[in-house]
Design a protein around this ligand. Structure first.
Ligand SMILES: *Cc1c(COP(=O)(O)O)cnc(C)c1O
Length: 411
């Protein structure tokens, strides 16, 4: 993480978001990172080791040696120069030693779990987690003899079994935006010899850096805020180099969910403006949450930025602002549907972190695969709408949600 002047660590977040991993190499001194759109790499002379013994100048006429910087790559499934720039930038923003990119968030999560777990191991999850991550743990890995148990952050230390191996959590969680104290979880994992993994998709590294709080590994759906424009799928695992290397050599190389060079280029472009977009997402989400909080007919607003939200105090400690996601409970499925249909600036769609606003009804979309009893326990009622608040004009967004609440009240 140092450049040729050795001063990279002095640079602040916004500078690293724009410059880290830009590099100056490539065929021409390009201002932007070259898209190295290749599946394989030329390896140099096959007879090199014998040539050198006989004639040290051999090998410079036909099959040229690749530049030293590129010699690590042999095949793009395992590594590619454009993808590596995105990995460098994410590692820098997450204050991690290393990062490995994947073709999607689920590629990253599955790759991580398959690399670090073996039959007989137990995973402990804290709070609600993304429904497909839940399915990987409870359905896919269960068939390979890896078990998963849900516990709470408060009871973690007392819930450990001899075969407990890894603790997995998301904060703020999807879609209830509940907040978990990362430093406390990291402490308890460290003292009990467990690996800790945090999905940092909702916060983004601009708001929270779990590694600084002692978490071993961070995962991302870079499809969301890191990409930022709703036009790519990508994922990351970041953390201690030794763990990331294991994830790269098993979860990336063998599972093969590798990021495309062109998607890596778009992702680098997205990450350059993360700090600007996140600041706008947070400002708008706070205004939308406050407007919904005051509106008649709203059962509950979930947003850690509201002073009466149960996660507010922990969020104020571990997040630099409160994020761009808001959940609002309208009380019934019918009222939720009327609310979503009345929105004009929010597209009715899953996903999040796009520059433009999105809304979906959690129980019938993102959390349809979660058993109803578990949804009820987590407070994900049939009337809950999840809002990904975009970077449009604050007043326009507030007017839009107020009008939508009036439409819900009219049904
Ligand atoms: C979207 C999402 C994922 C999955 O990422 P993909 O890029 O869609 O594969 C994982 N975790 C969270 C919190 C997400 O929002």
């Amino acid at each position: 993480m140092t450049d040729e002047h050795g001063d990279e660590l002095q640079r602040r977040f916004a500078t690293r978001a724009v410059h880290e991993g830009r590099g100056k190499g490539g065929p021409a001194p390009a201002h932007n990172p070259p898209i190295v759109q290749t599946s394989t790499f030329v390896l140099g002379r096959a007879s090199k080791q014998w040539d050198e013994a006989v004639d040290p100048t051999a090998g410079h006429d036909g099959n040229e040696e690749p530049a030293p910087q590129e010699t690590r790559d042999t095949y793009s499934r395992a590594g590619n120069p454009t993808v590596r720039r995105a990995e460098q930038r994410l590692a820098s923003l997450e204050a991690c030693e290393a990062a490995v990119a994947f073709a999607s968030g689920m590629g990253a999560i599955s790759g991580l779990l398959l690399s670090l777990l073996k039959p007989g191991d137990e995973v402990l999850t804290l709070g609600p987690i993304y429904s497909d991550t839940r399915a990987v743990l409870h359905e896919l890995l269960a068939t390979f003899g890896i078990t998963t148990r849900r516990v709470t952050a408060d009871t973690l230390a007392g819930s450990l079994a001899a075969h407990s191996k890894l603790v997995y959590l998301e904060t703020p969680s999807n879609p209830t935006l509940s907040v978990i104290d990362l430093a406390a979880v990291a402490d308890s994992c460290r003292s009990n010899g467990l690996l800790s993994v945090a999905d940092n998709t909702f916060a983004s590294p601009f708001l929270t850096r779990p590694r600084e709080l002692g978490i071993d590994l961070v995962v991302h759906s870079a499809t969301k805020y890191l990409g930022g424009h709703g036009d790519l799928l990508a994922g990351f695992v970041a953390g201690r180099a030794e763990l990331v290397d294991r994830v790269r050599s098993v979860g990336l190389r063998l599972v093969g969910a590798s990021l495309e060079p062109h998607a890596a280029f778009l992702l680098l472009r997205g990450m350059s403006t993360l700090h600007l977009r996140m600041a706008a997402h947070c400002r708008n989400a706070m205004a939308v949450a406050e407007a919904l909080h005051e509106a008649d007919g709203v059962v509950r607003v979930h947003y850690p930025g509201l002073p009466d939200d149960p996660g507010h105090d922990v969020a104020a400690r571990q997040m630099d602002a409160f994020g761009g996601m808001v959940a609002v409970d309208l009380g019934s499925e019918r009222r939720a549907a009327a609310f979503v249909d009345a929105l004009r600036l929010f597209d009715h769609a899953v996903s999040l972190g796009d520059a433009s606003s999105l809304a979906c009804i959690s129980a019938t979309t993102t959390h349809a695969g979660v058993p109803a009893a578990e949804r009820a326990r987590d407070g994900i009622g049939p009337g809950m709408v999840r809002l990904s608040v975009g970077i449009e004009d604050t007043g326009d967004l507030v007017a839009d949600v107020k009008r939508a609440v009036r439409a819900a009240n009219a049904v």
